[in-house]
Design a protein around this ligand. Structure first.
Ligand code: DAH
Length: 351
């Protein structure tokens, strides 16, 4: 048979075979067998010397044209396979499915409560200040009128870092820092932050949070303290909250008081919903109708003397435990919830 006829046959056979391939891989192997360097087309071209010299250029041209055409056919077929595969993967994609939302973080309930308390007091003109959690004995105790051998130092279960250096046991050292920095009245600051004590059981954590308040100015009395605390507690807990001052003792205030507020659950009645009173009454206030909420008092002249203020100055101070306030606000009865970082708990406080 003439070479040129064989070339035509090869082209026809290739087109028919290509129509029958079922995958891109099959098409590629067809390319190898028919059009590859050792394939059928190459074999035909190797037989060029069989032709008379004058026919050779025409045959070479024709063979190249066939090679080009068949390669194009094959490329088209491969492109069709690629498009098919793409369609198939798109058909597995459901654009109506809801998207996957990233989880949103939220502020810790203790942070939220601190921010709310500070916000109320900032509105009254108190400036928020921050200070070190590792404190000197002077700021934490000495300047606050705790004598060296005073049992009150044991009372606070101090964690000692080194001689004269402690983890602050309360935020009250910020009173000392604020007055030393301002040098003279007026001073109106609040100091939120972490405090540390060697204490660990169901109701005590070795780290917890307090907010300290201090106001020093002219003619400040217990009445101002009562006014500020009443406003603050009513803003925070509700307009019908009542306050009660009980005499107490702190080395850095004189007189000192503990402040109770009317129970949020029984509204001060001390009774349970079924009317039971006394010790069997309201579980939150143990039937008393009152909840202990903070410590406070008039700044002791000894504290003023320690920071170089005129001992005839007048001012009040107060300190409250943030965890306790948060537990009352949200009805949480286990302190450990705050520190376990269980997302089911923390997620309930997303604002
Ligand atoms: N620092 C006290 C404590 O940790 C709380 C306190 C009581 C702070 C009376 C005060 C205050 O500023 O006047 O128990």
């Amino acid at each position: 048979m003439k070479l040129i006829a064989e070339l035509d046959n090869l082209a026809d056979a290739f087109a028919a075979e290509l129509a029958g391939v079922a995958s891109a891989a099959e098409a590629e192997s067809l390319r190898n067998v028919r059009l590859g360097r050792k394939g059928d087309l190459a074999a035909l071209m190797n037989r060029l010397p069989e032709l008379p010299a004058e026919e050779r250029p025409a045959f070479g041209k024709a063979a190249n044209a066939v090679k080009e055409r068949l390669n194009r056919l094959l490329e088209d077929r491969l492109a069709a396979f690629r498009a098919e595969a793409e369609d198939a993967s798109l058909s597995r994609f459901d654009p109506t499915l809801p998207g996957r939302m990233p989880e949103r973080g939220s502020l810790h309930p203790i942070t939220l409560v601190m921010e709310e308390i500070c916000g109320i007091l900032n509105n009254l003109g108190f400036e928020t200040v921050y200070g070190p959690e590792v404190e000197t004995d002077f700021h934490n105790f000495g300047a606050l009128n705790f004598p060296d051998d005073h049992p009150a130092r044991d009372m606070q279960d101090t964690l000692f870092i080194a001689e004269g250096i402690v983890m602050r046991t309360h935020t009250s050292p910020m009173q000392v820092r604020a007055m030393l920095e301002r040098k003279k009245p007026p001073v109106a600051v609040i100091a939120p932050g972490k405090v540390y004590r060697r204490d660990y059981d169901l109701t005590h954590s070795p780290m917890f949070h307090q907010i300290e308040g201090l106001l020093v100015d002219e003619n400040i009395s217990l009445a101002h303290l009562r006014g500020v605390l009443t406003h603050f507690l009513r803003e925070f807990f509700g307009a019908d909250v009542k306050l009660r001052f009980r005499p107490s003792f702190f080395p850095f205030t004189e007189p000192s008081v503990e402040v109770d507020m009317s129970c949020l659950i029984c509204r001060g009645s001390g009774r349970r919903e079924d009317g039971k009173g006394g010790e069997d009454g309201c579980r939150v206030c143990k039937g008393t109708g009152w909840l202990e909420i903070l410590g406070a008092g008039m700044v002791d002249p000894a504290v003023f003397a320690a920071v170089g203020f005129d001992p005839a100055c007048a001012g009040f101070a107060f300190g409250l435990g943030v965890e306790r306030v948060a537990m009352l606000k949200y009805g949480i009865d286990d302190l450990r919830m705050f520190f376990e970082n269980d997302l089911r708990f923390l997620g309930q406080f997303v604002k």
